[in-house]
Design a protein around this ligand. Structure first.
Ligand code: UDP
Length: 235
């Protein structure tokens, strides 16, 4: 298939049309941003790692009955996906308190939560991706009540699968952000990526952070942490 005009360029990926209207090509970039674009940089090898890791995880999720946009890997940095319209919602699950919720609610980083917290953020950089609830999403026509139900149920299922999957690899899944899209025939599928850019991964034994917090907080060994995560999921 052919890579045609670029549809969109985000902070970490580019999306291209193909000669098939139902398929897009995603190209993963090494660019990294944090704090709503205030901090900018590049993480060597990130594009390759996140492309591969998303492919492995989305394939595993498909095997467990979760519908995703992933079709196949095309190259080191490119994958073929189903064309979808992305819901402007960042869907977050938190198993352990970390990051923004600690500042927002006075929780201690590393505090295990009694039950997972489900959050929506309105995906809009101009307003700093604010936290919203179902009522905002429905009132603002970001998704319907029925779509939200599918998204929430699927997200909790994904959390159950991922928690177990990563624990077997010696990783504590602290929290993650996912996105959903709708295909031309109306199916709601998991889209975007699952990678150290979009999840918090802590080593079970040492508590070492193996994710983008190394970039956000200037902890060093960023590339090594991403490499380590890929190694863990590949064996
Ligand atoms: N996250 C993301 N993109 C964003 C904001 C958050 O992928 O634009 C992920 C982040 O990596 C973490 C989870 O969502 O795994 C929760 O992030 P949080 O709200 O704590 O925000 P942060 O501390 O990253 O600003």
């Amino acid at each position: 298939m052919e890579k045609l005009e670029q549809l969109y360029e985000g902070k970490a990926k580019k999306v291209f049309k193909t000669d098939n209207p139902d398929e897009f090509i995603i190209e993963y970039k090494d660019d990294a941003t944090a704090f709503n674009g205030e901090k900018k940089g590049s993480i060597g090898g990130k594009g390759i790692i996140n492309n591969k890791m998303t492919a492995v995880i989305f394939t595993m999720l498909e095997e467990q009955g979760i519908k995703t946009h992933f079709i196949k890997l095309l190259s080191d940095k490119e994958q073929l996906v189903k064309a979808v319209t992305i819901f402007p919602l960042e869907v977050i699950i938190r198993n352990t308190a970390a990051g923004s919720i600690c500042k927002r609610l006075g929780l201690t980083e590393g505090q295990k939560l009694e039950s997972p917290i489900f959050e929506f953020c309105y995906k809009n950089d101009d307003y700093g991706d604010p936290v919203i609830n179902d009522y905002h999403a429905i009132a603002m026509k970001l998704a319907t009540k029925e779509e939200i139900e599918v998204i929430r149920d699927t997200t909790f299922q994904i959390n159950d699968i991922l928690l177990k999957y990563f624990l077997e690899k010696g990783i504590n899944l602290i929290d993650f952000k996912i996105e959903f899209g709708k295909t031309s025939d109306g199916q709601i599928v998991l889209a975007d990526e699952i990678s150290p850019d979009t999840c918090r991964f802590w080593d079970v034994e040492t508590g070492e952070k193996l994710d983008k917090d190394r970039f956000r907080r200037d902890l060093g060994n960023i590339e090594e942490a991403y490499e380590e995560m890929l190694k863990r999921i590949e064996c």
